[in-house]
Design a protein. Sequence first.
Length: 273
Amino acid sequence: MKSLLYFILKRSQVSFLTMLLITFCSYFTAAQSPTPVFARLTMQKVPAGKEQEYVKFMKETMKPMHTLRRTKGKIIHWILFKVHFTGDNDAYNYVGVSYYTSWANTEANEVFAELFKEVNPKADPAAIAAQIQGLRTVVSQALIYRADAVEPPAPLPFKFVRLDYMKVKPGMNAAYLKTEREDWMPFHKTLVESGQATAWGLWRQLFPSGSDFPYDYVTSSRYGTYAQVMETDYAKTFKKASPSKDLDAIFDRTTKSRDLVKSELWEVVEMLN
């Protein structure tokens, strides 16, 4: 069996040392015309020694607030992820993601102090704000839009998400989307149908963005277990998904249309019920 590392290396044409460092998330209904989904990502840096306290705070204090946001129709979901294989010098090691079905809701005027008081009338919003500021630093935020997805009719539980960040080559946007949808989407659909993955999503980077920004798209591959991240037989799956296609031609189309900038492995730490 040819390993995931081999095929990622072939797709990205980057060094093996880079591949050793790698190993978004679509949580919703999928089809050729999926429901519009926007996601706001908040990248956070939690210092060493504070992770356990931070996760406890997010579960006990922030999760009820996000549950209220969903009840009010502001968001449709919220997930907190831990980023694997990070060190002290990495920019962020946790990511909070809020999901929306409309552009308008991504900038909804929400006063978190009022939400905290609504969840718990005895809460002290200023003390809560001070506590979270002492546990983490917000590094950056991003807004992405789901362009396409693969997901079974009934959403499956998942624990890990591999994100691949793509920079489209000049003039190749249409070619890139074509190979994602016609070559890679059937591949991921086969993985989901065979139980080797739970979902796949293609996300477009909205903000920040631009010619100087390092990537334009992000694909998210969702898995139920850690082992599944690395055990895919790519050649066998491609043969099953697209028996009439040539594997080398698929990789050639892919690498001509975009560069794989980086990959990350995220683990679900907490989410709305």
